[in-house]
Design a protein around this ligand. Structure first.
Ligand code: NI
Length: 134
């Protein structure tokens, strides 16, 4: 059985890599390369998978919320993803890379009996990224 729990955060980013010239960055990332960045209201869905225990639940939701608050929301909400999130250091702050960073940050402290099955991040109403985790 799977449970998906939804969280929200706001953050800014700029898509840019030091490996390319300013012109090539602008060509590759378009307006997402604008120098002063821009923000999104991200929607994060965390999916856990497991078997209900004696309480009839696959995971204690307060425990999951506490983990997500500490490991993710405290680190990304109202932050600049390019500079404030060590798990993204050296990577372009795309939402693809953010999904991998969220997986890594959750697994740092994962003690829940249920398995982390998926990280899903909606960046805009048109762009949603899903990462099936191991
Ligand atoms: Ni963006």
């Amino acid at each position: 059985m799977r449970l998906t729990r939804r969280y929200r955060f706001a953050a800014s980013h700029r898509l840019n890599t030091d490996a390319l010239s300013p012109q090539d960055n602008a060509r590759l990332y378009g307006k997402c390369n604008n120098p002063f960045g821009h923000g999104h209201d991200y929607v994060l869905d965390v999916t856990v998978e497991g078997v209900p225990d004696g309480s009839g639940q696959i995971v204690n939701r307060d425990t999951l919320d506490a983990l997500v608050n500490t490991q993710i929301l405290a680190r990304v909400d109202h932050r600049n993803l390019n500079v404030d999130v060590p798990a993204l250091a050296g990577r372009v702050a795309t939402t693809e890379n953010l999904a991998f960073a969220v997986e890594a940050m959750l697994k740092e402290r994962w003690t829940l009996p249920a398995r982390l099955a998926r990280v899903r991040i909606a960046e805009t109403p048109r762009n949603t990224f899903e990462l099936d985790t191991q």
